[in-house]
Every structure is written in structure tokens, then in C-alpha cells.
Design a protein around this ligand. Structure first.
Ligand SMILES: [Zn+2]
Length: 302
């Protein structure tokens, strides 16, 4: 199966629009309206995005049923397991194969375009809420930055695929590398012709993203500090979009915020008690909420 086909087949499955065509439509609209009302009167808003947000832009997910760890025919038909290849040990064992996988993912992420929901998130962060908002993302594809979110309003908690660091960690520096591809990948063996090097020690470089059992990830200390500083202001609304990761508030948050939980998979809502659940894809839910918010703005000013 080609990469194109792989991407297309994931659309609508991993966080895509709700395939439900009519069932529960009224309750979906009511949820979106209620979420807009909550946002309209919010003091501080924390937005969290995960794989479902990116999936609607064509970036395959990693962990779910059809994610690349379990169902990536390009690799499985060659008897290769991406989860082992992209493991931190995989970089030590066979860096050319590990980088071949990275090149494949970088190409998919490079081709992806931020969907209209990204523009809504950008507008909330940069215009509507400004200093009263912050974005925490577990996505490594950089689509929020590409859509225009200022870096001082966000933290990429698992790093960014467009940043590299030293595999041996001779330095804690990270550096930007956006060329695609960095090196050609052999279409049969899926091995990269070469690997990027650390500019300090000359050893292999690695993506500055979270890998499994990874002691070497250099977390962005500035982004983490900004996130903590935002939490100290006690956000009263959390908007959780397209992530099935358990997302809990830290001890510093005394009063539980209102959680707006957006996910097309109904069972994921059970993860949050009392969440305002929206059973829709990220793009449709965000566009709907922004539309309702603009109507509330108008009724307020008239
Ligand atoms: Zn080095």
C-alpha cells in the first residue's frame, strides 16, 4: 500500500468527522451551543490537542487501532515493526532504518495542511483570549505553529519532529531541521541513505520527540515553564480535543475546571466525570463553537 493510500484510508477513522449522519444531531448542536456559552464567559482557557486533531489533516495516528504502530502496511509487508524501529533502542541498533522511518513520517507531516479547526484554535489563542489562554499539544507535527500560533502561547509536550538533538546527548542543544527529505530512503529496505549528525560531537542525531522508554528527550524548558505559569493562574475551562490520553489537572489546580471534551468516539467521554462532551470531529466541533461564539458576541454588543 502506498503512503498516499495509507493516509487517505485513515481519514474519517482516526478522529475524522462523526460518520453518524443524523443520529443525535440535535444533542450535538446543543453540546456545541453549551460549550460556546461556557467559553464565552471563561476567565482562563487551557486547550489541549492530540492525535485526533492531526488525523483530520491526514497525519496518521500512532497508538490507536489503525495507527502506525499496529497497522502500517508499508512496514508490515516487509516483516518490519515500526514500534521497534522507532524505539530509542532502534536508533542505537540500526540508525539508518530508524531514520528511514523518521523520513517516512516527516514526509507525511510535511504534506499535511492544517485544517480549518487549526485556524479556530489560532484565533482563540491570538485574538479572542490572548493572555488568558494556552495550548498544550501532544502532537509532534508542528501544524499548530504552521497555522500561526505564537510559540509563547503553547508547549509541544512531546517535542517536535522538526527539531533534532544529539542521540548520545553530548549537548542539550536542539536545532531546527525542516528539509524534506534529509536523505533518500531505499523503497525496498526503507533504510535512509545517510543520517543527520550532531554538529558538536559528529555522532548520530535524533528527532527531539518523545520515543518509547526514552531517557534522552530534551524537553523544551521554556514551553514547560510557560505551561506551569499558566496553570498557576487556575484556568477554569479545559478544551480537550482529539486525545484519548488521560489528561488530569495538577495539584496546583484546586477547583476542578469545566472540561469540554471533543472526540468522535463516544466511549472516550467516560474518561472525564461531568465533562461537556461533544461527539464530533475536531474540525466540525471547533468551527461550530466559533460560529456560536460569534453569535454570542453579536447579541452581547446589540
Ligand atoms: Zn553530540
Amino acid at each position: 500500500m502506498s503512503e498516499e493510500k495509507f493516509t487517505d484510508e485513515r481519514k474519517g477513522l482516526c478522529g475524522g468527522p462523526n460518520p453518524d449522519d443524523g443520529r443525535g444531531l440535535e444533542s450535538d448542536i446543543a453540546s456545541v451551543q453549551e460549550a460556546a456559552r461556557v467559553l464565552h464567559s471563561a476567565s482562563y482557557v487551557l486547550i489541549s490537542t492530540g492525535a485526533g486533531m492531526s488525523a483530520e489533516s491526514g497525519v496518521p495516528t500512532y497508538r490507536d487501532k489503525h495507527g502506525v504502530w499496529r497497522d502500517f502496511e508499508l512496514y508490515s509487508e516487509r516483516g518490519l515493526n515500526p514500534a521497534e524501529i522507532a524505539h530509542i533502542d532502534g536508533f542505537e541498533r540500526d540508525p539508518h532504518l530508524a531514520w528511514g522511518f523518521q523520513e517516512t513520517m516527516r514526509a507525511l507531516m510535511h504534506r499535511a495542511e492544517p485544517h480549518a479547526g487549526y485556524e479556530v484554535v489560532r484565533a482563540w489563542l491570538q485574538q479572542r483570549f490572548r493572555d488568558r489562554s494556552f495550548l498544550l499539544t501532544s502532537n509532534i507535527d508542528g501544524l499548530h505553529v504552521r497555522s500561526g500560533v505564537d510559540k509563547h502561547r503553547m508547549w509541544e509536550r512531546y517535542g517536535c519532529i522538526w527539531n533534532l538533538s544529539c542521540l548520545a546527548r553530548c549537548t542539550d542543544e536542539i536545532w531546527r531541521e525542516e528539509r524534506v527529505p534529509l536523505f533518500e530512503v531505499d523503497p525496498q529496505t526503507l533504510r535512509s541513505a545517510d543520517i543527520p549528525k550532531c554538529p558538536v560531537c559528529g555522532g548520530p542525531a535524533r528527532p527531539a520527540t518523545q520515543l518509547d522508554h526514552d531517557p534522552g528527550l530534551i524537553k523544551d524548558p521554556i514551553g514547560a515553564a510557560r505551561y506551569q505559569s499558566f496553570l498557576d493562574r487556575k484556568p477554569d475551562v479545559y478544551v480537550v480535543i482529539g486525545t484519548t490520553l488521560w489528561f488530569s489537572w495538577p495539584e496546583s489546580v484546586q477547583e476542578r475546571p469545566t472540561v469540554i471534551h471533543i472526540n468522535p468516539s463516544e466511549e472516550t467521554h467516560q474518561r472525564y466525570d461531568d465533562a461537556l462532551a461533544i461527539t464530533m470531529g475536531a474540525k466540525d466541533a471547533l468551527i461550530g463553537m466559533e460560529w456560536m461564539l460569534s453569535r454570542l458576541d453579536k447579541s452581547e454588543s446589540s
